[in-house]
Unconditional design. Sequence first.
Length: 214
Amino acid sequence: MNPPLTDDLRDHLIDMWARVTNDGGSVGFVPPVTAADIRPTAARSFEKVRQGTDALVCLTMPTETEKTCKSLRNGAPLETRQNAQNDLVHIPGTDPDNRPATSPSVPLTGERVVAWLLLAESESLLRRHWRTVYRVQVDPDFQGAGLGTALMAAAASYAKETLGLEALTLMTRSGTGAERFYKRCGYREVGRIPGAIRVAPHDSRDEVHFWLDL
């Protein structure tokens, strides 16, 4: 939770952001993009983290376990996948059960960030009892191992136990499969704006709004 935003970490997150986008992910851009295209938007997001208004949640794994995680994508038996996920998934700033620890910021030493998201605080004092989840992404090299679900669960735990929030909300574009993922994470659709997102000429998507009671 809120690891120090070093130059190396910034570059790593931006690189992942570009690769997720080019892999079809719905994180604010459409392919093809480069890290340079994303950097100005990322800088604004990271500045809010630095100021303390937004929170950065990173899912990491020890670098020596990367091969194990990649093997999960290649049809390992269910029991093997579940055991490996239990061993691999760890959130900086939490105990082994992903419950928030006392330290709000833990350096990432010998670990690789494989998924991350942001929790945005509203500028309105009337909306401080919930936050918005955005930029949810899993490294394409590690997708299919349940890491996105673990990231969302840890973010919800952090939001409730540490930030004292009552709910989380998020928005996504239709037509990407993300709607099914968020429903599996416990979110419920509370509305949509038809055609609100124009990803290309003659290709408009609904903006779908989700809500999670904590």
